[in-house]
Design a protein around this ligand. Structure first.
Ligand code: HEM
Length: 316
């Protein structure tokens, strides 16, 4: 890891802030800069992500609390995988200049959100969904076998969190009437970044300074598009779950159950428990007709174009 990066992550101080400020907005971007290739090369994916039903509803403040909690669970698993692989590759020359644990890493913030939403023993109450599992598996695969592509996953998530994520934070706080003191939305709060715009410029400069040839850059853009795709699969999955949630679930009132049948298959019951487990089983059985988790991956089924390369390298 370069020495200046160590300084940045060992204590964000005024010196580091000054350095971000010194990273000026650069209008003279070159189309061969990786940051520019990423921005241009994922534009279409970004548009599609912004236009998924889940995101559109979220932006309008139409998000039920239970669904927001499940979205936060998905983020927890995603960032746990991403940051684990980043930690493992922090000295890899293709990733080291982008290693900013103190400024960027979200796992701890997400753990706080989890505790707020699910209580002290939150770990026992959450489960990784199918779509999230596909994303997580891909991240681990990349971290272990193709770490030069890790930048694609870091770019897609962190640059997004520092951009549109800030809008989502305000929407969530308002729509879900979350405390103004920040409980439940710690994920969106970057305590160690005083100016997101400047940090993004600084991060872009770091991306551009990576020593990569044209082919490697193109592979990174391709991987970033896959990362967008994984995110969209998670959104679609959440959207399906959201369609089954009722306002009662949101407000915490358990709807009257007639007591017949298997209570564990009732989504209201599951939601009330605050557990994804029963809920997830319900979705698996009823939406996808799936009973064998390991043999099923909605990402691969839904996106024919993605299925081939990923299945070969990493059977989900
Ligand atoms: C709620 C919907 C979203 C909104 C309103 C939104 C908004 C924005 C805005 C305004 C920017 C430009 C920021 C800038 O130039 O400084 C941006 C950039 C970005 N967003 Fe989003 N976004 C959304 C969803 C997403 C999603 C779902 C992802 C990926 C998971 C994502 C990933 C990114 C990335 C990687 C960038 C950086 C582009 C670049 O400068 O290279 N965004 N977003």
């Amino acid at each position: 890891m370069p020495s200046d990066v160590t300084e940045a992550s060992e204590g964000v101080d005024e010196a580091e802030n000054v350095r971000y400020e010194e990273t000026e907005e650069d209008d003279n971007v070159s189309p061969t800069d990786l940051s520019e290739m990423l921005k241009e090369g994922t534009k279409e994916s970004h548009d599609r992500a912004e236009n998924t039903q889940f995101v559109k509803d979220f932006l309008k403040g139409r998000i039920k609390k239970e669904l927001f909690k499940l979205a936060t669970v998905a983020l927890y698993y995603t960032y746990s995988a991403l940051e684990e692989e980043m930690d493992c590759n922090k000295d890899h020359p293709a990733f080291a200049p982008l290693y900013f644990p103190l400024e960027l890493h979200r796992k701890e913030a997400l753990a706080k959100d989890m505790e707020y939403f699910y209580g002290e023993n939150w770990k026992e109450k959450i489960q990784c969904s199918e779509a999230t599992r596909c994303y997580v598996d891909r991240i681990h695969y990349i971290g272990q076998y193709e770490p030069e592509l890790l930048v694609a996953h870091a770019y897609t998530r962190y640059m997004g969190d520092l951009s549109g994520g800030q809008i989502l934070k305000k929407v969530a706080q308002r729509a879900l009437k979350l405390p103004s003191t920040g409980e439940g939305i710690q994920f969106y709060v970057f305590d160690n970044i005083s100016n997101a715009q400047q940090f993004k410029q600084f991060y872009r400069a770091r991306i551009n300074a990576l020593d990569l040839d044209k082919k490697a850059k193109e592979r990174i853009v391709e991987e970033a598009n896959k990362a967008f795709e994984f995110n969209m699969q998670v959104f679609d999955e959440l959207d399906k779950i959201g369609a089954l949630l009722t306002e009662e679930a949101q407000d915490g009132g358990l709807p009257v159950h007639d007591g017949k049948g298997d209570l564990r298959k009732c989504p209201y019951y599951a939601t009330k428990l605050g557990s994804f487990f029963f809920y997830y089983k319900y979705i698996n059985l009823h939406l996808w007709g799936n009973t064998a988790n390991s043999a099923f991956c909605p990402s691969l089924q839904a996106r024919g174009t993605l299925a081939a390369p990923i299945t070969l390298a990493w059977p989900c």
